[in-house]
Design a protein around this ligand. Structure first.
Ligand SMILES: Nc1ncnc2c1ncn2[C@@H]1O[C@H](COP(=O)(O)OP(=O)(O)O)[C@@H](O)[C@H]1O
Ligand SMILES: [Mg+2]
Length: 243
């Protein structure tokens, strides 16, 4: 059985069906890309998986357990953590304290959470910034801090929502390496990303959604050649499969 089995999740906002009958499945340590045009329902899907929204229909099974309708903190405790497309640090707190908030998911001990935070901050190359207020970080490092906070919760799956949007190419390359390393260490990732270079170099499988519905699923090379995907989405983004 897959680590994450999402079946038939649906979310309606009034008359709008933001996500319609979506199935997803993710194995341990795997990277699954979720792509689609703006407004396709990607973030809404994340919100349902991570407990921020209750699905109107469908089920989310994690590690064999039905987590549908659980609260975000309960879902996080079980091992599913998400980052936010619009980053949400505590701006007045230092980088270290922000990461410590994540670490408190697994411990109540201040020393232990601090130690863990330091280790993760170093992993993300932010050691020199650990005393800085999160609000004073550049966009690139705010995005990285989101990943640090997520990692500090000791997740089995991280849902990354456009963690590389707005980054420069070199910053993007660094993030790709970090994500690859996180995956190597056994954490599964569900990746929402518009930068196709990122998806192509990281995802083992890609699910494409359009108007809330899955229109394709497969390996990256298959997906970039899929006519319905090109018509719905890839026609409007820059494809660079060389990187
Ligand atoms: N809280 C909400 N209330 C009403 N409509 C929403 C809400 N969240 C998202 N939507 C709508 O649902 C659709 C999917 O949005 P979203 O999941 O954010 O798309 P994506 O992340 O793929 O760009 C959009 O039409 C959006 O306007
Ligand atoms: Mg979104």
């Amino acid at each position: 059985m897959a680590l994450l089995e999402v079946s038939g999740i649906t979310k309606r906002f009034g008359g709008l069906v933001a996500v319609n009958d979506l199935d997803l499945s993710l194995d341990k340590g795997q990277i699954l890309g979720l792509i689609g045009p703006n407004g396709a329902g990607k973030t809404t899907a994340f919100n349902m998986i991570s407990g921020f929204y209750q699905p109107d229909e469908g089920q989310v099974i994690f590690d064999g357990q039905d987590i549908t309708g659980l609260r975000p903190d309960q879902v996080c405790k079980l091992g599913v953590t998400r980052t936010f497309q619009v980053v949400k640090p505590f701006p007045q707190l230092t980088v270290r304290d922000n990461v410590m908030v994540g670490a408190y998911n697994r411990t109540n001990d201040r020393k232990e959470s601090r130690k863990k935070a330091e280790k993760i901050i170093e992993f993300l190359g932010m050691k020199d910034m650990r005393e800085m207020a999160a609000g004073s970080l550049s966009v690139a490092y705010r995005k990285r801090l989101e990943v640090a906070k997520a990692l500090a919760t000791d997740p089995k799956i991280i849902l990354l929502d456009e963690a590389m949007a707005g980054l420069r190419p070199t910053e993007t390359d660094e993030m790709i390496e970090l994500v690859r390393e996180i995956s190597r260490q056994g954490t599964a990732l569900l990746l929402v990303e518009h930068v196709m270079r990122v998806i192509m170099s990281l995802a083992e499988r890609i699910v494409v959604i359009h108007h809330g519905e899955k229109i394709a699923e497969g390996e990256p090379q298959q997906i970039v050649q899929d006519k319905s995907v090109i018509d719905a989405y890839l026609g409007e983004v820059e494809i660079d499969v060389t990187g």
